[in-house]
Design a protein around this ligand. Structure first.
Ligand code: PHE
Ligand code: ZN
Length: 892
C-alpha cells in the first residue's frame, strides 16, 4: 500500500531564509536531454531565523555546483531526499548549478516537457524545481534572464518571459536567444518555449501610450484559428483599463498554444501558455460555447498580470487570493461582453454542479485550506469558483465604487509583493469602512451554508417579516483538522442577501425597512451576520412573493417553502434574470423528485408532471419571440437541473430513477409542446454568416434546445429533422448539437453521423475530443463498454490530458447513469484509468479520482462496488501523493 502523503500546514509558514535577486538561466535542448545552467544571485533574508540553504529539486541530475565561483566540496552540500542542502552560506553569494533533465520523458507535463511541436514549460505550482535547483516558493521573487539553445530547423521559435535582448546562430545548425524579464517574479511564473510554431501578431496601445505587441503562437497550419483569441486579448486589455485602471506593463504579450496541457492555461509573465482548447477556433471547428470560453480564459490569464503576477501569493494556501479574484474579474468581463443574466446563470449552474458537491464531500475545504498533502489537488472549484463568489460578496456588500477603491489600495500597498488573503481583505475594509472581520470566516470554514428563510405577513400591521436562520454544519475537513490538533471554530457567516418583493400583479414593491422613514428602492442588500436574524418590511399591503438571493448573491443553499404558484409568478415577473431562471429550476426540481419517488414506487406513468408546468414552459418558450425577448435566457430556462445536481438533493442517490424521471420529463415536454418546439425551431433558422457573438449565439442556443427536445420524440420525422440538422449545419455549434442528440439515439443514422464526423475531422485534435465526448455522454445502454473500447481507438491517447478529459472524465463526471451503473463497470473503468495514468501523469489521474467523491451517497450495493475500486487503487504500490490524498480522503 502507498504511504500516506505528508501533510503541510499553513500554520507552519516561515519566511524563506535566503532570497534570490537575479536568476540567469541557460537552457540547452538536445535530443534526449536538456542541460540547465543556473546562476542565482542570492542573499540571506534579514527577516528569517537563519539556517541552511535549501533548494528544491525534482528529477534533476546534478552535474556541477559552485558557490562564488568555487566548486563545492562533497562535505559542503548534501541531498535530503531531492532537496539540495548547503549548511554554510555567506550573507550574499552567487550559486551556480548545472543539471541535466529529460524533457522527452516528462509525461507529467510539469517542468520542461516535450509536446508535438517542441518544448514547453509549466511551473505552477511546483514545476520550476523540475528545471533547476531553486527555492521554489512564491514568496521568493527574482529577476530572470533566460537563454535558450536548440536546433534551429526543428525549433525555430525560442521564447521566454519579458523582452528579447539578443539572439544568434551557433554550430551544428543550432541557434540561441536571450530574454529578459524586467519584473521580479516567483519561479512559478517562469516560462520558456522552443518549438516550431506559426505566429500572428497585432498591437495594442495602452492609455498611457505603451505600444504592446500581442502575439499568438500556434502549431503550424493553424493560423486561421487564432483571430478570436487575438481579439480577446485586445478586449481584455481595454476592459482592465476601463474598469480597474490597470494597464499592460510589458512590450510583449505572448500566448503560446500547446496540445498537451494539464489545465486550461497559465499566466506566466508576458508568456502565457494555453491549452489549444482555449485558443483555437474557427466557425466549423468550435462551438459558440468554445468561443465564449476562449474569451473568458484569455481574459482570465491576462487579468492575472495584475492579480497574481504584480501582486502574488505568499504561499500556496493563499491560492484563492489570485484565483478567486481573477475568476471574479473574468466573470465581470463575461457579464460586460455577453448577456449578464445568461453568464451569471451559467456560473450558478457550474457552482452547483461542481463546487457544492465538492463542499459536501470528502475533499471539502475552505477557499483557503489550512492544510494539504498535494497542492495540485487544490486547484479546485472551491478555490476558484467559490473563491470568486466570496470576492463577489465583498463587491455586493461594499458596492462597486468602494470595491474599486479597495483594488487601488491593494495595488498601492502590495505591488511587487507576495501577500495573503488578509492583506486583500484589509485593503477592502480600509477603502470601504466596512468591518470585514466576521466576513473572513468565508476563508476558514468549509461547507455550503444553508439559509432557512421563513416569512410572516401581518395584514393588519401591513408588515412583512423575513426570518433567516443560517446553518453551517461541520464537514470532514473540520473533523480532520480537529484530529490534527487544529480544531477550527465555526460561526455564522456575514453575507449579502439581495432581495425584492413582488405583488400579485408582478410589480416590485418599494422597500421600507423597519426604522426607515421612507422606502429606498425596490431592491435591497440585506446584510446577514447572525445565526438568526429578522428583516421587517413596513407598508406592505398584501402578502408579497419574495425574490430572495437575487443574482445568487451568496453561495448558499436556500430553503424557503415556495408554493408552485409563487414560483410560477417569479418565473413570469421577477425582474432578476437569475431568479426567473431559478424559480423554473426549483419547480422542475420539485417535480423531478416526485418523479423519482414515483419510479421508485414502481410507477411507469408520468402523472407527476403537472399540466401547469407544461403551460408555464410553453409560455416561457413563447416569451423568446416577443419584443425584448431573450432566446439565450429561454434556452437556459428550458434546461432542467442536471442528474448530478438532482442527486445532491437526495438522501440516497438513485441514479436510475433520476435518469428515468428526467428523461420522462423531457419526453413528456417534447410530446406536449411538439408544435411549439417545431415552430420555434423553424422560426429561429438563419442564413446570416456565422458569428459567435451574443444575439446570434442566443438564437442558436434556443434553436438547438428545441432540437434536443424534438430528438426525444420516438418518431421517424423528428429523427429525420436531427439528421437533417447534422447534414446541413453550417457551423460546429449546430453540427455538435445534432451529433450530441444522435449519440443517444439507437438508430442507424447515429453510426453514419459518428463515422462521417470522425473521418472528416480525424486530424483536428480538438474536434476529435468532441467526438469522444459525445460518445462518453451517450445515454444508450452499452455506453460503458463503448467508452472502454474507445480507449483503444487510435483517436484516444491516454498521455494527452484533453483526450482523457473528453472521454474518461466526461463519462465519470457527467454520465451518472452509466458511471454509477449497478454492475460496477463504470467504477472499474475509472479505477483502471487512474491506475494506468498515475505513474505517467498524477495530476490528471487525480482529477479522475475525484469522480469517486460522492460514493457514500449511494445505496449499499453501489457503495461496496465503489469501495472495492477505491481500495484497489489505494493498494497500488507507489501511488502519487496526488491520487493518494484523494483516495485516502474518500476512504477516510
Ligand atoms: N494558474 C492557472 C490559471 O488559473 C491554472 C494552472 C494551475 C495552470 C496550475 C497550470 C498549472 O489561470
Ligand atoms: Zn487563474
Amino acid at each position: 500500500m502507498a504511504d500516506t502523503p505528508a501533510t503541510i500546514y499553513l500554520k507552519d509558514y516561515t519566511p524563506p531564509n535566503c532570497l534570490v535577486d537575479q536568476v540567469t538561466l541557460d537552457i540547452s535542448i538536445h535530443a534526449g536531454f536538456a542541460r540547465v545552467a543556473a546562476r542565482l544571485a542570492m542573499r540571506r533574508n534579514p527577516v528569517s531565523a537563519g539556517g541552511p540553504l535549501k533548494l528544491d529539486g525534482e528529477d534533476l541530475q546534478l552535474e556541477s555546483l559552485s558557490l562564488d565561483g568555487q566548486p563545492l566540496t562533497a562535505s559542503a552540500w548534501r541531498l535530503e531526499g531531492e532537496t539540495l542542502v548547503i549548511d554554510e552560506v555567506p550573507d550574499a553569494f552567487v550559486l551556480e548549478t548545472v543539471v541535466r533533465i529529460d524533457p522527452d520523458q516528462n509525461t507529467q507535463l510539469s517542468g520542461l516537457y516535450r509536446s508535438k511541436d517542441g518544448y514547453f514549460t509549466q511551473c505552477e505550482a511546483q514545476g520550476f524545481r523540475r528545471i533547476t535547483y531553486y527555492p521554489d516558493r512564491p514568496d521568493v521573487m527574482a529577476k530572470f534572464v533566460c537563454t535558450l539553445h536548440a536546433d534551429k530547423a526543428s525549433f525555430p521559435v525560442l521564447l521566454a518571459n519579458g523582452n528579447p535582448v539578443a539572439q544568434g546562430d551557433e554550430d551544428n545548425g543550432r541557434h540561441w536567444a536571450t530574454w529578459e524579464d524586467p519584473f521580479a517574479k516567483p519561479a512559478y511564473l517562469f516560462a520558456c518555449v522552443a518549438a516550431k510554431l506559426d505566429m500572428v501578431e497585432d498591437y495594442y496601445v495602452t492609455t498611457s501610450g505603451r505600444r504592446v505587441r500581442c502575439a499568438v503562437y500556434v502549431e503550424p497550419g493553424k493560423l486561421d484559428q487564432c483571430d478570436h483569441a487575438m481579439a480577446a486579448i485586445k478586449k481584455s486589455m481595454k476592459w482592465d483599463e476601463d474598469v480597474f485602471g490597470l494597464e499592460m506593463d510589458l512590450d510583449h504579450y505572448m500566448i503560446v498554444a500547446v496540445g498537451d496541457f494539464n489545465m486550461g492555461a497559465m499566466e506566466n509573465k508576458g508568456l502565457n501558455i494555453f491549452n489549444t482548447k482555449y485558443v483555437l477556433a474557427r466557425p466549423d471547428t468550435a462551438t459558440d460555447t468554445d468561443y465564449q470560453n476562449i474569451d473568458r480564459v484569455v481574459a482570465h490569464e491576462y487579468f492575472h498580470n495584475w492579480t497574481g503576477n504584480r501582486v502574488t501569493c505568499r504561499d500556496w494556501f493563499q491560492l484563492s487570493l489570485k484565483e478567486g479574484l481573477t475568476v471574479f474579474r473574468d466573470q465581470q468581463f463575461g457579464m460586460d461582453m455577453h448577456s449578464a443574466g445568461v453568464t451569471r446563470i451559467q456560473e450558478v449552474r457550474g457552482l452547483r454542479a461542481a463546487q457544492f458537491p465538492e463542499d459536501a464531500g470528502p475533499m471539502a475545504h475552505p477557499i483557503r485550506p489550512a492544510s494539504y498533502a498535494e497542492i495540485n489537488n487544490f486547484y479546485t472549484a472551491t478555490v476558484y469558483e467559490k473563491g470568486a463568489e466570496v470576492i463577489r460578496m465583498i463587491h455586493t456588500l461594499i458596492g462597486k465604487q468602494a470595491f474599486r477603491r479597495g483594488m487601488d489600495l491593494y495595488f498601492q500597498r502590495h505591488d511587487g509583493q507576495a501577500v495573503t488573503c488578509e492583506d486583500f481583505i484589509s485593503a477592502m475594509q480600509d477603502a470601504s469602512g466596512k468591518d470585514l472581520a466576521q466576513f473572513q470566516r468565508w476563508y476558514n470554514q468549509a461547507g455550503t451554508p444553508k439559509l432557512v428563510v421563513r416569512s410572516q405577513f401581518d395584514a393588519a400591521a401591513r408588515r412583512y417579516t423575513l426570518e433567516v436562520t443560517q446553518q453551517f454544519p461541520a464537514t470532514p475537513y473540520e473533523e480532520r483538522m480537529t484530529k490534527d490538533g487544529l480544531p477550527q471554530a465555526r460561526g455564522p457567516y456575514h453575507l449579502p442577501i439581495v432581495i425584492g418583493l413582488l405583488d400579485g400583479e408582478g410589480r416590485e414593491l418599494p422597500l421600507r425597512l423597519e426604522g426607515e422613514t421612507s422606502p429606498v428602492g425596490t431592491q435591497r442588500v440585506l446584510e446577514l451576520r447572525e445565526a438568526q436574524q429578522r428583516f421587517v418590511f413596513e407598508d406592505v399591503a398584501t402578502e408579497p412573493v419574495p425574490s430572495l438571493l437575487r443574482g445568487f448573491s451568496a453561495p448558499v443553499l436556500l430553503d424557503y417553502p415556495y408554493s408552485t404558484a409563487q414560483l410560477t409568478h417569479l418565473m413570469a415577473y421577477d425582474t432578476d434574470a437569475v431568479n426567473r431562471w431559478e424559480a423554473g429550476q426549483r419547480l422542475a426540481t420539485g417535480i423531478l423528485l416526485e418523479g423519482v419517488a414515483a419510479i421508485q414506487a414502481g410507477k411507469t406513468t408520468n402523472d407527476w408532471i403537472p399540466q401547469d408546468y407544461i403551460t408555464a414552459l410553453a409560455r416561457l418558450l413563447g416569451s423568446a419571440f416577443v419584443e425584448g425577448g431573450d432566446p439565450a435566457l429561454v434556452a437556459e430556462a428550458l434546461n432542467p437541473p442536471s442528474e448530478n445536481v438532482l442527486a445532491e438533493q437526495m438522501e440516497v442517490v438513485d441514479p436510475d430513477a433520476i435518469h428515468g424521471a428526467r428523461m420522462t420529463l423531457l419526453r413528456t415536454l417534447a410530446r406536449e409542446l411538439r408544435e411549439a418546439f417545431l415552430a420555434a425551431y423553424l422560426e429561429l433558422a438563419s442564413d446570416e454568416p456565422y458569428s459567435p457573438e451574443g444575439e446570434q449565439a442566443g438564437r442558436r442556443a434556443l434553436r438547438n434546445a428545441c432540437l434536443s427536445y424534438l430528438a426525444q420524440l420516438d418518431e421517424a420525422g423528428a429523427q429525420a429533422l436531427v439528421v437533417g440538422h447534422f447534414e446541413q449545419a453550417g457551423n460546429m455549434t449546430d453540427t455538435f448539437a445534432a451529433l450530441a442528440s444522435l449519440a443517444s439515439l439507437d438508430i442507424p443514422a447515429r453510426h453514419v453521423a459518428l463515422d462521417s464526423f470522425y473521418s472528416k475531422w480525424r486530424d483536428e485534435a480538438l474536434v476529435v475530443d468532441k467526438w469522444l465526448q459525445v460518445q462518453a455522454l451517450s445515454r444508450l445502454p452499452g455506453t460503458t463498454a463503448d467508452v472502454r473500447a474507445l480507449m483503444t481507438h487510435p483517436a484516444f491517447d491516454i498521455r494527452n490530458p484533453n483526450k482523457v478529459y473528453a472521454l474518461v472524465r466526461a463519462f465519470c463526471a457527467a454520465n451518472p447513469k452509466h458511471f454509477h451503473g449497478a454492475d460496477g463497470e463504470g467504477y472499474r473503468l475509472a479505477a483502471d484509468v487512474i491506475l494506468q495514468l498515475d505513474p505517467m501523469n498524477p495530476q490528471v489521474a487525480s482529477r479522475i479520482a475525484r469522480c469517486f467523491d460522492r460514493w457514500r451517497k449511494f445505496d449499499p450495493a453501489r457503495q461496496a462496488l465503489a469501495r472495492q475500486q477505491l481500495e484497489r487503487i489505494r493498494a497500488a504500490s507507489s501511488l502519487s501523493a496526488d491520487v493518494a490524498e484523494v483516495v485516502g480522503k474518500a476512504l477516510e
